[in-house]
Design a protein around this ligand. Structure first.
Ligand code: ATP
Ligand code: MG
Length: 384
């Protein structure tokens, strides 16, 4: 993969606060890169540095054969000469301009008169199904329409790089899915290079050719969605991409156990950083990988069984979201409603339950630094 956009050692500080910390990124031509991370980890600041809207303290940024920023060489190409398209969270359309004038704006700034004459504005509007709205003002559009106009404006000048900063987060769930799939289709059709910022893991998995998981101004993991999903490099990444269940494990004379005393065989688990060499480790597990059982006979062969207590449940249509507690850990799982509905409805909180999982679903990390991970994932907040 030839890397067309290279960020090296990018650093941005506000006072004594290092917000982007020697960050490296390589983006291939036509690649859709998703920057994923909790609030405050430096995603927007990184985008603004790429766009030329912030002045980084260090590092360099190359677009194709052009250096657009180099702290040491004192290169800093201004934003309007970087050939970038931008789509932001708040639609940021000019309220006093029509849709046509809004979409035309980047062409005018870059003095691309020929593109205007050739109908680039109309073509961009048609791409996002806004061809009928060209003479309206932003206040006369729905949120989804406004955001689609913003996408058209971001793409109209055929930029080398399109930067998206949480463009879907102000939309309701239905519109979010609609605009998301439209962005996805446009990328597949036009093949522009994109950096897309989000803190929503499902958005990241759906859109990204590669994901960069950010933590405190640095990239913690940079890989395909599939590999991030299957093989998170750290507990921080695991927690951030939906491995919500956390089990503390302790080793005694005959193997690993949970705090509640159930034994856990790590032979088939994915163990990172030699986490199984010490006396304590932390395991992460997705709610989808945890099963609820009515009796011990239902535990699949080879699964690890845990004794727990029912903590609560919520009905979700085909399933119940069930919370259980074991050895001081609260775990969540999805139980099919048809199988478990009546038993759950007849159980009081505190009732003993049996749960199990395949050991291959476990991701095991060193116990050290666990508290820091919890803080970071709590700060990441709800996944919306
Ligand atoms: N102009 C500024 N002056 C001082 N501190 C700033 C400034 N802009 C951002 N910061 C700080 O830099 C850190 C990173 O901010 P940034 O906006 O890049 O985060 P983010 O990852 O985009 O978060 P979010 O998901 O909430 O948008 C935060 O701690 C923020 O308070
Ligand atoms: Mg931001």
């Amino acid at each position: 993969m030839s890397s067309q956009f290279t960020v090296s050692g990018l650093t941005k500080t506000y006072g004594s606060n290092v917000v982007v910390d020697h960050l490296d990124l390589e983006i291939a031509d036509g690649e859709f890169l998703v920057l994923l991370g909790p609030s405050g980890c430096g995603k927007t600041t990184t985008l603004r540095c790429l766009a030329g809207l912030e002045n980084p303290g260090g590092g360099s940024i190359r677009f194709k054969d052009r250096t657009v920023f180099d702290a040491a060489g004192r290169v800093n190409v201004p934003a309007h000469r970087r050939n970038i398209g931008m789509v932001f969270q708040s639609y940021a359309l000019w309220p006093h301009m029509t849709v046509r004038q809004n979409i035309r704006y980047p062409l005018k700034v870059r003095k691309l008169k020929q593109a205007i004459a050739d109908g680039a504005v109309e073509a961009a509007a048609d791409m996002v199904d806004c061809g009928q709205l060209l003479d309206r003002y932003p206040s006369q559009l729905s949120g989804g329409q406004q955001q689609r106009v913003a996408v058209a404006r971001g793409l109209v000048a055929a930029p080398d790089l399109v930067l998206f900063d949480e463009p879907l987060s102000n939309l309701d769930a239905r519109l979010r899915d609609q605009v998301r799939s439209q962005i996805h289709q446009l990328h597949q059709r036009l093949g522009f290079t994109a950096v897309f910022v989000t803190h929503d893991q499902s958005e990241a998995f759906a859109l990204g050719d590669r994901l960069a998981i950010m933590k405190a101004g640095k990239i913690e993991q940079y890989d395909t969605p599939e590999r991030v999903f299957e093989n998170p490099v750290s507990e921080y990444v695991a927690a951030f991409i939906g491995m919500a269940n956390r089990l503390e494990l302790l080793r005694d004379h005959d193997g690993w156990r949970t705090a509640a005393g159930d034994s856990v065989d790590l032979a088939h688990a994915v163990v990172r950083d030699r986490a199984d060499r010490g006396d304590a480790a932390v395991a992460r597990l997705r709610p989808e990988d945890l099963l609820l059982h009515g009796s011990a006979g239902e535990v699949p062969l080879g699964n690890v069984a845990l004794h727990a207590e029912l903590a609560g449940y919520e009905y979700g249509g085909r399933h119940y979201d069930v919370a259980v507690e074991t050895g001081g850990s609260r775990l969540t799982l999805r139980a099919p409603a048809a199988e478990h509905g009546s038993a759950l409805r007849n159980s009081a909180p505190g009732a003993p339950v049996l749960i199990s999982f395949s050991p291959a679903a476990l991701r095991v990390f060193p116990a050290a630094g666990a508290a820091a991970v919890e803080r970071a994932t709590v700060a990441a907040g709800d996944p919306r």
